[in-house]
Write a protein that binds this ligand. Structure first.
Ligand code: AMP
Length: 208
């Protein structure tokens, strides 16, 4: 699943992977969990995340390799936030070839630029189940706990205005070229990411 930060990849990836009972591999979630645990990888990654920069490719590729060969991924998987540049896409393709696997589809969620800033600014994430909420859509604006599991809802550090700008610039330069790359391989499906969460889910399901 590709798309600009805030397009709704995480929210949709969670729903789609549950629907098909496949692993949801989010490199962002993995990195944030390592940062929280203060592992060596986490300490290194934190320097990049807090600046809105991409973590080096070799670090990400090691994570992806170990995630793909885990048992849970054997029935299929959905990548969320990976690949993030052409080099990662080529390395990913080589890993898949080695394992005799193939990508079925690349879903590009398309959202207006103006909407992105609004979404990222109002985004809250459950530290426990990682569910993503929009503060605007929560019925009770004072809510601090996840309506699903009771975990604490937080605003991601990199969802601050200055870091959002950097992440959008990184997307334009590094990640956007993936759209042409996967289009050239006839794998790309563009999905309108505007509308309700459920509407977007249905559009994705219709093309799978
Ligand atoms: P995300 O949760 O996908 O928005 O990712 C949050 C941050 O984690 C990004 O801004 C990067 O710093 C880092 N990150 C996540 N996935 C990757 C990746 N595939 N390659 C490099 N950095 C990544």
């Amino acid at each position: 699943m590709v798309g600009v930060p805030g397009a709704g990849k995480g929210t949709q990836a969670k729903k789609i992977s549950q629907k098909f009972n496949i692993a949801h591999i989010s490199t962002g979630d993995i990195l944030r969990s390592e940062i929280k645990k203060e592992t060596l990888l986490g300490v290194e990654a934190d320097e990049y995340l807090k600046k809105g920069k991409l973590v080096p490719d070799d670090v990400i590729i090691e994570i992806i390799k170990s995630e793909i060969i885990r048992d849970e991924s054997m029935g299929g998987f959905l990548m969320d936030g990976f690949p993030r540049n052409l080099k990662q896409a080529v390395m990913f393709s080589n890993i898949l070839d080695e394992l005799g696997l193939k990508l079925d589809k690349v879903i590009n969620i398309v959202v207006d630029k103006n909407e992105i800033i609004k979404r990222l600014d109002s985004r809250r994430v459950c530290i426990n189940c990682k569910r993503i909420y929009s503060f605007d859509n929560l019925d009770d604006k004072n809510i601090v706990k996840c309506p699903h599991c009771g975990g604490k809802l937080i605003k991601r550090k990199d969802d601050s205005a200055d870091i959002i700008k950097k992440r959008l610039a990184v997307y334009e330069k590094e990640t956007k070229p993936l759209i042409n790359y996967y289009d050239g391989k006839n794998l790309l499906v563009n999905i309108d990411g505007m509308g309700t969460e459920q509407e977007v889910t249905e559009r994705i399901l219709n093309c799978l």
